[in-house]
Design a binder for this molecule. Structure first.
Ligand SMILES: C[S@@+](CC[C@H](N)C(=O)[O-])C[C@H]1O[C@@H](n2cnc3c(N)ncnc32)[C@H](O)[C@@H]1O
Length: 194
């Protein structure tokens, strides 16, 4: 097992076993930006505090409180269920490419770094393998399916240049907005509106 968060080979980010690594006692580890860094922008995009939110590939993130968190790592989900049973959130083991939720059952779907994990370790960033392309399209199609019509919002946060992500996010019947965030090191927020 790797001794810290950085694996020796990027491809490990694609593996379920990698995400089963031990974490801090409270189970939380934020991937590149935490809730406090993003609070203002989230509140601007999602002013309704009662919005039903689905977090894809939640990992150990504490981003929002009133959310359904899913992750395909049983280890992550078990730990978050055990340590944070009192938080009022749901933690469910599920693959983001095959959501077990009804159509139009969420106001907001959020991905922070999870599509990035699926794309990690691609041999050629300009031409990812077809199975990885299929995975990313499956994720976004599923996110759009479970979002409410006319008001649903899919928010995706990444450090990747927009060129490498837009192809998965431009879907019929939706609009796509891109925000550049950060100072020296930029990261990006994509907002897909259904
Ligand atoms: C880079 S971490 C991001 C965690 C969290 N969103 C954050 O911001 O700290 C990626 C997470 O996505 C999960 N993941 C990767 N592929 C997944 C998939 N196909 N379905 C569900 N979860 C997945 C991993 O288990 C891991 O917990």
């Amino acid at each position: 097992m790797d001794s810290d968060l950085t694996p020796q080979n990027n491809k490990r980010y694609q593996e379920k076993e990698y995400w089963a690594r031990p974490s801090s006692d409270d189970g939380f580890h934020e991937w590149f930006k935490g809730y406090t860094d993003l609070q203002a922008i989230y509140e601007e995009i999602v002013p309704d505090r009662s919005a039903r939110i689905l977090m894809l590939g939640c990992g150990n993130s504490a981003l929002y409180k009133n959310i359904v968190n899913i992750d395909y790592s049983a280890v992550v989900i078990d730990k978050m269920n055990r340590v944070h049973a009192d938080m009022g959130m749901e933690w469910i083991e599920m693959d983001i490419r095959d959501l077990k939720f009804d159509d139009e059952s969420f106001d907001v779907v959020i991905d922070k770094g999870t599509m990035d994990a699926m794309l990690a370790g691609v041999k050629d960033v300009w031409n990812p393998n077809q199975d990885i392309v299929d995975n990313c399209n499956a994720e976004v199609n599923e996110a759009i399916r479970v979002l409410r019509s006319k008001t649903g919002i899919f928010i995706y946060l990444t450090f990747a240049q927009p060129h490498f992500r837009k192809q998965y996010l431009q879907k019929p019947g939706t609009t796509l907005e891109t925000k550049q965030l950060g100072d020296m090191f930029h990261y990006y927020m994509f907002i897909v509106r259904k």
